[in-house]
Design a protein around this ligand. Sequence first.
Ligand code: NAI
Length: 330
Amino acid sequence: MKIAVYSSKPYDEATLTAANTAGHTLSFLTPRLEPATVALAKGCDAVCAFVNDQLNAEVLTELHGYGLRLIVMRCAGYNNVDLQSAKKLGLTVARVPEYSPFAVAEHTLGLMLCLNRKIHRAYNRVRERNFSLQGLLGFDLHGKTAGIVGTGKIGSQVCRIMLGFGCEVVAYDRYPNEEMKAIGVRYMPLEDMLKVSDVVSLHCPLTPKTHHIINAASIATMKHGAMLINTSRGGLLNTTDVIKALKSGKIGALGLDVYENEAELFFEDRSESELTDEVFARLLTFSNVLITGHQAFFTTEALDKIAAVTMENATEFQESGHVPQMHQVV
Ligand code: NAI
């Protein structure tokens, strides 16, 4: 099968090539998949896409017109795929539902600990031989309340880690997880959860229901000075409302691995061009905001698993006309 691999980076090429035991022809393309680049997939049997590729109706229709029938996402989230159009066109969309919940959960804790103990600031100070502790005061996580939104594969791992820190863990999920209840996680409505949490961490998918789940109204119910972490999808936050809350001190610290308009920024070296995104630029001015560029998934174990499952999806489709049910989105 000939597969066009969009948004391809050297590490994608290395891991997908190593996992390509079935001998598919992989065409590694650096551009993002969008209307302007879709023609690069002409002559291919499948497209392999990532989190910021644009799989809207226009792109999917074009792909279908080239005779292509399979899209293999090399990620868990699929909020960037127009599922209705895919279904209408008869395209099969596969993903990697689980690769390493540990990778994302551990990065979440990295952001939390760094922000709390201001390690990002201390790092710079020490390099300048400034050993003053003024402004670096943190708090014990032990005994604090952590609020987790979404207790699926990643959120439940975050719950376990927070319990290990001696936190009280409260959670909000449409479908409470019995295993989490058994280890002491208390489920409650979102508003109640936000009211009692010292740290809030988001782990639900981005859907029309969860879009801007953190907005002026929900922020108003949060504890003054609470920490907010988002390693899920940028659209869960109304970033403008969050900036207002940072200015007033309502949100005491913000850790992000994802950003609403990250497609225009992340995964590229933009150090030699001007930053034109005013909202992102404002976020960078706060010393209590820590941002990483969608790297929570980025561990050796996760990349290897992503590559293996992506190739397995392509091979299965080639052999049987469908992908393993657990990996199928449409
Ligand atoms: P999952 O599907 O195992 O868990 C999601 C949980 O959210 C489920 O328990 C579900 O019931 C809950 N949920 C769904 N809709 C909800 C709603 N409206 N309100 C409350 N809860 C709701 O997914 P997993 O693997 O834990 O991943 C979570 C998210 O993490 C993904 O959707 C993706 O956006 C993000 N992610 C981020 C990565 C990164 O590198 N930053 C890497 C991988 C995933």
